[in-house]
Design a protein around this ligand. Structure first.
Ligand SMILES: Cc1cc2nc3c(=O)[nH]c(=O)nc-3n(C[C@H](O)[C@H](O)[C@H](O)COP(=O)(O)OP(=O)(O)OC[C@H]3O[C@@H](n4cnc5c(N)ncnc54)[C@H](O)[C@@H]3O)c2cc1C
Length: 388
């Protein structure tokens, strides 16, 4: 069964036009033929080399939604989400999702000079971006961050440490959350750093993870790093927390798209496997338990995809509110975990073997409920609105 076979009865939203379909086909072809054969090697080495994103950028796949005058394709954000969908389907890591989130900070808050300086190089793949918020002492509670940026003449001097940073090892541009003022949210700012050969900046350990082995996740250290004051995002101190909060609906939707893609892939893989595997003289797909479990998973695949497609439409219409994004992030990623657990079970022992895609999808999925705001934080935010 293909995802297409699973989905044609879904309502097609206005954003799903023929141009988007044609773009999806191009991306899928490139990812399947040029990238997928290299994925095992990237997993073994623990990262995707930065150079991989150059041809991806040249084809217009890296930042299709950036304005043409800034080096992009001038499309809407659905095109970016289609790229993420296709990458996730092919088990690719989240590097370009993070790259994309950073780009949207520049698009929404950057000064014109900052946009011209960085967007064309981000769109071409010359620069790979990361975002450094989390610190050893704070993750969910970002207001507690301690990395400090002290003004010194025309520069900021940054001291501190970050951890769990996606693209931390491969990125050449970082948006870093720093404290420029007093404790609390009003003292937080975002600064942009080009990190190649930047004095005082150091990448620490590349962290070993449960899954997502092709994605580099690293510790970062800042020891008297001098950043020109012109690199303060938006040019005004103390705006960092507001900037972070305003980007969250899009960031959360960005995590739901791979959830939908991976759920569909898991159902496809499991239908195919259980049709072949025999036990007690019949195929595993003949057991009623298998059929019912997969019927449940296919239903969840439909509902998740419907919800995600609806959120994409609302994003494009400018009506995607924070609550819908919290709900989508928590619910879609929880369904991803549930479906993968059910599907893996139907593979028996083979489901636990790393050479089987279902095992890798299972391990890769676990972090979806943690990063980008944990499930508990999402529920807390929804509940606060309910009881406000
Ligand atoms: C693979 C990976 C990649 C990542 N990439 C990045 C990146 O690129 N950039 C970046 O900045 N960060 C990144 N992170 C960090 C990620 O965003 C944080 O791990 C996440 O926000 C949770 O923070 P924490 O790990 O400090 O957990 P904690 O905040 O310590 O939470 C621990 C537990 O307490 C719960 N909890 C916390 N507060 C509450 C509350 N108020 N109510 C109820 N429960 C609560 C949490 O839900 C969780 O279950 C990444 C993490 C991983 C694992």
């Amino acid at each position: 069964m293909s995802a297409e076979a699973l989905l044609p009865r879904l309502h097609r939203h206005a954003w799903m036009d023929e141009d988007v379909d044609a773009f999806r086909d191009q991306v899928r072809r490139y990812v399947t033929t040029e990238m997928a054969p290299q994925l095992d090697g990237w997993r073994r080495q623990g990262y995707v080399p930065r150079e991989v994103w150059r041809p991806f950028g040249a084809l217009g796949f890296l930042l299709p939604e950036v304005e043409e005058r800034h080096g992009g394709g001038g499309a809407n954000r659905a095109y970016q989400l289609v790229v993420q969908d296709e990458l996730a389907r092919a088990e690719m890591p989240a590097n370009t999702a993070v790259h994309n989130l950073v780009t949207h900070y520049l698009i929404d808050y950057g000064t014109e000079e900052q946009k011209q300086r960085w967007l064309p190089r981000l769109a071409s793949g010359e620069l790979l971006a990361g975002i450094a918020l989390t610190e050893p002492g704070c993750g969910s509670d970002l207001k507690a961050l301690r990395t400090r940026a002290r003004r010194d003449g025309g520069d900021y001097v940054v001291d501190g440490a970050k951890t769990f940073i996606t693209n931390g090892f491969t990125a050449s541009l970082l948006v870093v959350a720093v404290r420029t003022g007093d404790a609390g949210s009003r003292g937080v700012s975002l600064v942009v750093m080009e990190t190649d050969k930047l004095p005082g900046f150091r990448v620490g350990r590349r962290l070993e993870k449960l899954g997502q082995h092709a994605s580099d996740t690293a510790e970062l250290f800042f020891d008297g790093v001098r950043v020109p004051a012109g690199n303060l995002l938006g040019g005004e101190e103390g705006q960092g927390f507001v900037q972070l909060m305003s980007q969250l609906p899009y960031e959360r939707l960005m995590l739901c798209v791979p959830a939908a893609a991976v759920i569909e892939r898991a159902v496809e893989l499991t239908v195919a496997y259980t049709k072949e595997r025999k036990a007690f003289g019949q195929t595993v797909s003949d057991f009623q338990n298998t059929r019912f479990k997969l019927a449940e998973c296919a239903t969840l695949a439909h509902v998740v995809r419907s919800f995600v497609n609806d959120c994409i439409q609302r994003l494009l219409d400018g009506t995607l509110d924070q609550e819908a994004a919290y709900m989508a992030k928590y619910w879609c990623t929880e369904q991803q975990g549930k479906v993968l657990d059910e599907c893996l079970q139907l593979f028996g022992g083979y489901g636990y073997m790393a050479e089987y895609p279902i095992a890798r999808l299972y391990a890769d999925a676990r972090v979806q409920r943690i990063y980008g705001g944990t499930t508990e934080i999402m529920k807390d935010l929804i509940a606060r609105r309910l009881f406000a």
